[in-house]
Design a protein around this ligand. Structure first.
Ligand SMILES: Cc1cc2nc3c(=O)[nH]c(=O)nc-3n(C[C@H](O)[C@H](O)[C@H](O)COP(=O)(O)OP(=O)(O)OC[C@H]3O[C@@H](n4cnc5c(N)ncnc54)[C@H](O)[C@@H]3O)c2cc1C
Length: 320
């Protein structure tokens, strides 16, 4: 039987977070003796499939109708592959992509699902999955019954899998277009182009909060410091709600979960919903004019002062 790891990619290569899901798949397979296969979906996947095959045997679902990740189509393919492979588990990195698609695949398979898993153990032959709840205020331990089990894992909680000695086999999945749902159509993507690394994959994240009142100001302070550190720019929900930063930059309970080597919080109070998205960062630097700001309670280094004064000084020093 198979443990299926669904690999998200950028059109050229597999996203690094997928290799954490592969680590979990490999580890579970070690105990159960199952095969591990990576599933990639999309259109024009030659380079993605080549990249993925360095790490595991790959099932390639390549079709123009899969050019964009419309959840109903992707879920149908995942469910079909899982059935054909008699999959015991389907595992993916916990991202916006997986949150949209995996629950639908679980529903099609009538399968139990656990999202955002950060750890696991085996007790009495059962897989015990640990996952944060209530914005990380509590940890739940859950078991899933039935087969397959659908699991998304937080990439930051598991190391990346290494490549194989020999590339894995590539199997073409025959996509039958007539069976794909057509209830939703991809119309377009509105995204602010950025050359910065993806928020969830960056080693450094610089995030800004409410003191930044316009997009230009955000870019001038948060963006420039992120660039000086070769990092990604993130923000609090306050800035998304105010239309100053796009939704895809939001860190937190209802945004993205990050755990970079360095997280710089500029003018962020440290609301529990924000902390839920970044408190596992290795080093946290907080800059805030209020010495009582809760962000300081989890910061490794704290600077009390005005972001408009401190950030240019930091950029100047980094430039040296
Ligand atoms: C269901 C729900 C889900 C939510 N999900 C999220 C989420 O995913 N992510 C998220 O971020 N929030 C989320 N929130 C909102 C969250 O509760 C907070 O309101 C938000 O995080 C506050 O953002 P902030 O820190 O930018 O603003 P504030 O809380 O207003 O803090 C601004 C900080 O800036 C400091 N400051 C002001 N001026 C300066 C200056 N010149 N220099 C230095 N420091 C300065 C202040 O001292 C203050 O600490 C959610 C809320 C709810 C109810």
């Amino acid at each position: 039987m198979t443990i299926l790891a669904v690999a998200e990619h950028d059109g050229t290569q597999v996203r690094s977070g997928a290799y954490s899901a592969l680590t979990v798949a490999r580890d579970l397979a070690k105990n159960s003796g199952d095969n591990v296969e990576l599933l990639v979906l999309g259109s024009g996947l030659d380079s993605v499939a080549a990249d993925a095959s360095r790490f595991a045997p790959v099932i390639v679902a390549d079709h123009p109708l899969l050019a964009n990740p419309t959840a109903d189509r992707y879920a149908r393919i995942i469910a079909n592959v899982a059935k054909a492979r008699d999959a015991v588990s389907i595992i993916a990195n916990s991202t916006t992509f997986a949150k949209d698609i995996l629950p639908r695949a679980a529903a099609l398979l009538n399968a139990a699902m656990a999202g955002d898993v950060t750890g696991y153990s085996v007790g009495n032959g059962e897989l015990l999955l640990r996952r944060p709840m209530y914005a990380g205020a509590a940890m739940a331990v859950v078991t899933l019954s039935g087969q397959p089990q659908v699991i998304t894992v937080r990439a930051s909680a598991f190391p990346s899998a290494g490549p194989l000695d020999q590339p894995g086999e590539r199997t073409v999945w025959n996509v039958d277009a007539s069976t794909l749902p057509n209830h939703s159509e991809y119309v377009g993507l509105e995204s602010r182009p950025t050359l910065r690394p993806e928020l969830t994959e960056a080693r450094v994240v610089v995030s800004g909060g409410r003191p930044f009142r316009t997009s230009e100001e955000f870019e001038n302070y948060v963006g420039r410091l992120a660039d000086a550190l070769n990092g990604a720019a993130g923000c609090t929900r306050a800035l998304v709600d105010a239309g100053i930063a796009p939704n895809e930059w939001q860190v937190g309970q209802t945004g993205k979960v990050v755990a970079p080597q360095l997280y710089v919080a500029l003018g962020i109070s440290g609301a529990v919903q924000h902390l839920a998205g970044m408190k596992n960062s290795r080093v946290v630097v907080a800059v805030n004019s209020d010495p009582e700001a809760p962000m300081f309670s989890i910061a490794t280094y704290g600077l009390v002062g005005d972001v408009r004064q401190i950030v240019p000084e930091l950029i100047r020093e980094l430039g040296k």
